[in-house]
Design a protein around this ligand. Structure first.
Ligand code: BG6
Length: 511
């Protein structure tokens, strides 16, 4: 008898609203590198969040493809632990109810026999779980294995879409380490898959508040008229983390904050803030506009890199009274490392909307708090009527991406009393207070969209390549200047040099 998971049996009354009337076709998900952290921490807990909300397709199964010699039982036990530890509330029961839909497939990534037996296994899964021949492959391995897996999937006909069945691939970041490697990887992906079959994940795009940037801008009439160089003085995009590199020193040493965060997450947020209204909300409608933003950002000339960017490394410091290591003392990091853990840049989007309005980007590890926000700072009124007292701060529209998700507007108001005194006050919208409930993890939305074949929240080939073009020009400048990165004490807002990027009395926000 087919054991299928029936979306209609969900107990979540919001099921239909969350699904927005969209139901994914049955499919089998194959996760390459399934013994890794991502599967346990993010992918399976997110799938169980979807199950709990009744959003998984009626026929659904997961196969973990990895080298380790694990049994189905061992795989399920690991996943159950992950769901208990990292899943939303009540997802353990969802996993228990469908644990038999999770199987393990042991093979080397390059072993042809492993792909032939995968095919047979998937055919059996189709019969047992009603997955209807639809396949979703997920590359959750170290990037060094991507090429082999892509080549094998194509060689064994697994990327072919026939008789209305889909075959899609989700690719995790890092998507290349510079433009040349990204182009090579994209070329290889193209040998097996059409662009519409490819889903390059940037988990920031799955965050509700990142998606809300488009809603705020284009579902309201009041912001868009001000959203340009005439009224906006500058934009600050901050992605700050309080954690250090932890056990990921080896990986981080090769990427630095520029490749780890700026090339993808910050560039994606920037495009959503700066793009023109799309003609439609179709995947290409949105991505066409996003890519135009990147194209309007010029590559840096080497001589400009020192003037327009800052990079730095954290040194030993303290958090809440506890001593923390400096970056060069972290596991897997050489004592003479020059990799940056903080970077900031001043960019210009050279088009009619943004000419002359700087965008300041910064991201770092071991900053005082974990906070992601976009601050749109408006110009001062043309004539200041109200003199005296504290100088007025400019109006700021603050998009709080995480935590304390919400939107705030800072403006001046009269202090009650006989004098005309103005003080800054805030209008504050909070997601939690307005909508309540638990927010789904970004991966939930992205996994569902990939099953639905909706690429809107995934990076298209040209987006990835344009972002690398910009980042490569910064990295080239850093390499040429041979300056060591500046230093900042762990637990502070980065090096002093970052302040110098801002001119004309502008200051970084200290959230
Ligand atoms: C990942 C980076 O893409 O994003 C990590 O590789 C970083 O270094 C993480 O910590 C941050 O994601 P989030 O969702 O916690 O802001």
């Amino acid at each position: 008898m087919a054991t299928t998971h029936d979306a209609a049996t969900s107990t979540n009354p919001l099921g239909d609203e969350l699904r927005g009337g969209r139901t994914a076709k049955p499919c089998a998900l194959v996760i390459f590198g399934a013994t890794g952290d991502l599967t346990k921490r993010k992918l399976v807990p997110s799938l169980m969040g979807l199950a709990k909300d009744g959003l998984l397709p009626s026929g659904f199964a997961v196969t973990g493809f990895a080298r380790r010699d694990w049994s189905d039982q061992k795989f399920r036990a690991e996943l159950a632990e992950g769901v208990a530890q990292f899943g939303r509330s009540d997802t353990e029961a969802a996993f228990a109810a469908m644990a038999d839909a999770f199987t393990f497939h042991q093979s080397d990534f390059g072993d042809a026999a492993g792909y032939e037996s995968l095919k047979q296994k998937l055919a059996q899964i189709d019969r047992q779980h009603g997955t209807a021949g639809n396949r979703l492959f997920y590359l959750a391995t170290p990037p060094s294995a991507y090429s082999t897996i892509l080549e094998r999937l194509a060689a064994h006909g697994l990327s072919r879409e026939e008789n209305g069945r889909f075959a899609r691939i989700i690719v995790e970041k890092p998507f290349g380490r510079d433009l040349a490697t990204a182009v090579a990887l994209n070329d290889q992906v193209r040998q097996g898959f059409h662009e519409r079959q490819v889903f390059r994940i940037d988990h920031y795009l799955g965050k509700e508040t990142v998606q809300n940037i488009l809603a705020l801008r284009f579902a309201n009439g009041i912001f868009e008229p001000l959203w340009n160089e005439k009224f906006v003085d500058h934009v600050q995009i901050t992605v700050a983390e309080s954690i250090g590199v932890g056990s990921r020193g080896g990986y981080f040493e090769e990427s630095g904050i520029i490749r780890d965060m700026i090339q993808n997450h910050l560039m994606q947020v920037l495009t959503l803030v700066a793009m023109e209204p799309p003609a439609t909300l179709s995947a290409d409608g949105v991505r066409d506009e996003k890519v135009k933003v990147l194209k309007a950002i010029r590559s840096f000339a080497p001589a400009d890199v020192d003037r327009c960017t800052v990079r730095a490394q954290y040194t030993r410091g303290s958090f809440g009274g506890e001593d923390v290591k400096g970056y060069r003392e972290e596991e897997g990091v050489p004592a003479n490392s020059t990799t940056e853990t903080f970077a900031a840049a001043r960019l210009h989007v050279e088009n009619w909307r943004w000419a002359g309005t700087p965008f300041y980007l910064r991201s770092g590890k071991r900053l005082p708090r974990r906070v992601t926000e976009v601050a749109i700072q408006f110009k001062q009124p043309p004539h200041l009527l109200f003199q005296g007292g504290r100088p007025l701060q400019p109006n700021v529209l603050l998009l709080r991406i995480q935590p304390d998700e919400g939107v705030a507007l800072r403006f001046g108001a009269k202090v009650p009393g006989p004098d005309v005194r103005i003080r800054d006050v805030r209008m504050d919208f909070r997601y939690g207070a307005a909508f309540g409930g638990e927010t789904a993890d970004a991966y939930e939305r992205l996994l569902l969209d990939a099953m639905l074949g909706d690429g809107t929240l995934f990076a298209r080939r040209d987006e990835v390549e344009e972002a690398w073009r910009i980042v490569d020009s910064i990295v080239a400048g850093w390499q040429q200047s041979k300056h060591r990165p500046a230093e900042y004490v762990a637990g502070t807002w980065g090096p002093d040099a970052a302040d110098k990027l801002l001119s004309g009395g502008r200051q970084w926000r200290k959230p």
